[in-house]
Each structure stands twice: as structure tokens, then as C-alpha cells.
Ligand binder design. Sequence first.
Ligand code: GLU
Length: 561
Amino acid sequence: MSQTNPTIVRTRFAPSPSGPLHVGGARTALFCWAYAKAHGGSFILRIEDTDQKRSSDAACQALMHDLRWLGIDWDEGPEFDGIGGGDFGPYFCSKRLDIYHKYIDQLLDEGKAYRAFETPQDLDAARNDAKRQKHNYRYDRSALKLDQATIQAYLDEGRPYVVRFKLPNDEPILVRDEVRGEVTVDPKEMDDFVILKADGYPTYHFAVVVDDELMDITHVIRGQEHLNNTAKHVLLQDALGFRRPVFAHLSLIFNPDGSKMSKRDKDKALRSAVREENIQSSPTPTISDETWQWWSQSKDHQLDLDDTVALADALNLVLPEIDVDDFRRAGYLPQVLVNYLALLGWSPGNDVEKFDRAFLIEHFDLDRIIKSHAKFDRDKLLAFNLDAIQAMSPKQFRDLWYAHCREYHPKFVEELSPEQFDMLAAANQSRSKTLDDTVKSSQFFIMADDAIEYEQTKAVRKALCNGDPSGYDHLAAIKPLLADLTDWTKDAIEPVVDKYSKEHANGKLGKVAQPLRIAVSGSTVSPAIFETLAILGREAVVNRITRCLANRQQFLDTSNA
Ligand code: GLU
């Protein structure tokens, strides 16, 4: 069947809703979207829920939420959050069973497919035999030897069966790919593959071919891991008399250390931390001993998301971001992630690296897709994110930080007054690489005064104890000056502290500011000191200085010990 000359471009992203949307999937969706938009076409979202056991509605909703967050909106597809619908639905494979059955029947009638009644146990035994004899397993076509009467008898007794596609011949299968050129696949590497499962659902291979045809898909852009599948798909397309879309297979994405980026990277990070620290039993009550044992037994055993996060927390480990949701939680901006994803296997040329959606749409084409593997460089992404945050207006940053906190750290919204929140956002912007960056070092703003713990570090000790007067002495002396201040604003606090340090610390503001910072926060990291004091309010500042001073002896004792 010859390649069609598509006039209206229609691309599709066809995820299986079996887990979170990861970077690779998001990159595929973005390329499909960008190509359609760049060519005045339509981008379709189709949910490939052919594997009933692994598909879930929750995963499907999360996936659509992630795409929307990235701004990868579909012109047609499931209805979600005000978009979707279309004339080519339903857009869920599970709702298209009658359509698949019609084409299965067509292939059966034409003798291009056949029913096979072997049980999973029969097939396992045959596979094991092949393994023992050290040759590749291929289905032996026993079912083709069954006569019509036997088949009918099996059907009458309700015996389960699958439908297999009958490979037409042994001729090499040619796949023309826009990225990889002409690829030839030897049909001996495959066998009469299953197109309809015993549960009445089509396999992915069959559904994808039928759906791409009926949805008028002109360009199939997907990950390289599907290249071998494509050989099966073109055979099915030819057998069904379908058009052949343009194929483009995107290279794999690698970590900077050369390993393939995968959803297992989080598990790998956990395992290596556990190994390094020689941890033998669950360090968190969230994970039961039983679960811990099970997880420890095999690399194939993966903790669920909650347990993964709990274990990482217990180990004080920052997990590598893999899923779109990881990046959102970590405070990356969607437009930055989209920009970065676009560079994973594509480039607009002329060393241009930073661009927005409009630029992407204007310049995206398949001929600039790179054949070699893409490298996921988190440092570069982080640098992009930092630049984008620093380029924002204070209001833009405040609004985004508010939304981020409301979703992931609601205490900041609940415990701070709106004025305090706005001041904190303003103070945090310049030190934020991501929206989440300053959350940890801002915790002291929402802690009770008596919950502040003083870090037992060299830097803290030096700031509080060294010198004469020491940091503690400065705190004791400046406390009444601050307590007497009537106007509690940054502009009112600054001259008081400045004057004090000129008179009592040789003008070295740090000698006074650092003990103050430690007294109110417990550590040496906070936003600028005058902003910090202004946000906390006089009462909290005075309380915390009092408490820090009261702790003096105890601190000296423990830090000398
Ligand atoms: N459901 C397949 C996947 O998630 C889709 C592959 C394709 O685009 O054809 O990988």
C-alpha cells in the first residue's frame, strides 16, 4: 500500500493509562502536538486502555491533568477540563470493542487471521521447551491444523481462544521512518502474533492500527521502543487495506551517567542509598516489615508511590524527577519543562535553546529531529527554571508561589497572614531556582516560636559564641531596642540594627545580623534579615530571641560536648 500524501495533518498521543506520565511520554506528546500545530493540523489524545488489568481511571485522569498542566491541549479526545470531544470517538479503546471485532471478523473471513485455543499453560510449556533447546520461541501454528468441525465444537463448548494474525510471508518488512530512514525487519523475528485476547479485548497492535486508520491519523510520532512494533503494524495495515501513516520514532532519553532514563530510577536511587547506609530494616513506620522484606527480596519489586516518598523522606534523599508530576511538585514551571522537553531530540538550529510555545509551533518539523540519543541534563533544566523565575514580575512570582504552596505546602497559606505571605514571596524570589526551593528554609516562618531548634553546626556556634561581645551578647543588647520599636517594618528595623552594629560591632552588620537570623530561624539560612524580621512580626522575633538567650548555657554545654 503506498504512502498517502496527507493534506490535513492529524497526529495522536496514545498513552496506556497504567501509570504516571513520565518525561519520555510527555516528550512524545509534545512532539505530536507541536507537529500538528506547526502544520495547521489537529492533535488527538487517545487512551489505549486495552490492558484492562493495568489500566485505571485514576491514572487516566492524572495523565490528562499533566498534559493540561504542560499546555499540551488536545483538539480531540476524552472530554476533560473543558476540552476534548470530536467526531472520531470514542477516544478510549475500551469503548471501541465492537469496531475492533468487525475488523477481526474481516481478517478471519479472509483467512488472514485464525483462532488459537492453546491455554496459557500450553504456551508457557512451549516457550520453556524453546528456551531449553536454545532457540527463539515462535508459535508453531498448531491451530491452523484444526479442522472446521473441531473449531466449531470448541466454540460451542465456550473454550477460550485468542485470534492470531497470520504472517503473510517471509519477506523482509520495510518501514520508512522519518528519523531513522529505511528500516528492514526480518519477519522471522516475529510469529503469528495475537491480535485479539481471550478476554475479548484487542491487543495494542491491533487497536492502534484500527484506530489510526479510522481517526485519519497521518503521522505516527512515538518512542523508538515501538520501532519493531511498527513492522507488525504495517503488516496489519496492508492486510486490512488501510493507509500507511508517516512514521517518526524518537530516540531514547538517557541520564547524564549514560543509563537509560526510566521510571525505575527512583527505585534505583532508594536501593543505592539503603545499600550505602547499610540499612537492614524499614526506617519508617509507614513501610511495614512485611513490605520491606518483599521489596528487599528483588529488584523487580517496586514500592508504591506513597511508600517510595516515605522511604526517601526517611533517608533524607531527593529522588530524581522522572514523572511530570515529580517536576510539578519540585516547582518547575510548565513552560520551562516544555522548552526543555522540546530540546530532547530536536533543535531549532542556530544555537537557539530558549523559546516559548509560539516559537516551537513556528519552527517545529520532523527534519530537525535528532537520531542520536537525547541526554537529560537536570542542571541545565534547573538553570532554565532559575532564569525564568528571575525574569518574572514580583506579582507573577507571588501568584505562582501561592498556587504552589496552596497545593503542596498549605500551611504557608493557612498560617501566614496575606501580608506576611506576600512579603515572604517577595523575599524568596531572588533565591528560588524552583518554586519549591525555599520551602524547606522557610519552615521557621510557620513554626511555633518554641519549636525552633538551633542547629548544632560550626557556623551557628561561631556566630553565637565567638568574639567579645559574642553573638549572644549582641542579641541580649539589641532585644530591648527591637522590643521598643513601634513601627514594625523593614524600613524601621533596618536603621535600628544598622545603628547598633555601628556603635557596638565596628559597623560589621553580619556580627549582629547572623545571631539574629539564628535566633529567629535556628539556622544560618533565611531570606534577607530585615525582610525576615519584618515578616515574622515583633512578637515572634522578641520571643525567639528570648528563647535563644535562655538556651545559651544548654547550647554551650551540648556544642562543647
Ligand atoms: N500505548 C502505547 C504506549 O503507551 C502507544 C504507542 C503508540 O503511540 O502507538 O506506549
